[in-house]
Design a protein around this ligand. Structure first.
Ligand SMILES: Nc1ncnc2c1ncn2[C@@H]1O[C@H](COP(=O)(O)OP(=O)(O)OP(=O)(O)O)[C@@H](O)[C@H]1O
Ligand SMILES: [Mg+2]
Length: 212
């Protein structure tokens, strides 16, 4: 049996990629990897720590980042400020026994270096990629632009996952005009913990869409 390796990207920063990735990691019993963490909380934590808390997976399933950068900005600039050079060729998904969920940073055309975007890295990987998108006003444009950018580079798009309150016509319009599978929607949860997130994912998504 082959194990899925799924990339989670998004239309923008701060839209819920990490929360969705945590839910997916938990639902699949997967490992999680954030290749580049730019910006750390005051306690030194990053997205990997949020996923450790929200996925319900053991800490060993949360893999160390390839680069941890202090400044909360695009990885290319955060690396320059930290005085380190990110080598995009060294961003190779780790081999693990079981499924793997990989989270990018920000949106699809965020620079990893001054000559390579995340979408370029995803194209090299050629792994099934989920676009996470908001449901609020503005998301049709951002979602369709992101899909174009991924597809123009040959990234295989598995589907789109929405985060936010239901907006049926917007979600349908993106799915139809973007010819992309609507995988489901996570509502904004008033209480965010592993149990409520797992229940919301189970109500809004079908795990088989990610493993077929
Ligand atoms: N479904 C949700 N319910 C409640 N809060 C959420 C949900 N999704 C995201 N949030 C909150 O919104 C904020 C941003 O979410 P998240 O960190 O997942 O964004 P991101 O797209 O991964 O950002 P980045 O580009 O920095 O990686 C966080 O405080 C998170 O807890
Ligand atoms: Mg994140």
């Amino acid at each position: 049996m082959t194990h899925p390796c799924i990339v989670v990207t998004g239309t923008d920063t701060g839209i819920g990629k990490t929360v969705f990735a945590a839910a997916l990691t938990g639902a699949l019993g997967a490992h999680y990897w954030k290749p580049v963490q730019a910006g750390l909380e005051p306690d030194g934590s990053g997205d990997a720590d949020a996923v450790a808390r929200l996925s319900g997976r053991p800490r060993a399933a949360i893999l160390p980042e390839a680069w941890r950068l202090a400044t909360p900005c695009s990885p290319h600039r955060a690396a320059e400020i930290d005085g380190v050079a990110i080598d995009p060729d060294a961003l190779v998904p780790p081999m693990v026994d079981g499924p793997l969920v990989i989270e990018g940073a920000g949106g699809v055309l965020v620079p990893v270096t001054r000559s390579t975007t995340y979408a370029d890295v995803f194209a090299r990987w050629a792994l099934p990629t989920v676009l996470v998108a908001r449901t609020e006003l503005g998301t049709i444009n951002h979602s369709l632009l992101s899909l174009e950018a991924l597809r123009s580079r040959g990234v295989p798009v598995l589907g789109i996952a929405f985060v936010g309150e239901a907006n049926p016509d917007t979600e349908r319009t993106i799915a139809e005009m973007g010819t992309v599978k609507h995988l489901g929607r996570l509502p904004r949860l008033p209480q965010l913990d592993a149990a409520t997130l797992a229940a919301a994912f189970a109500a809004g998504f079908q795990p088989k869409d990610f493993t077929a």
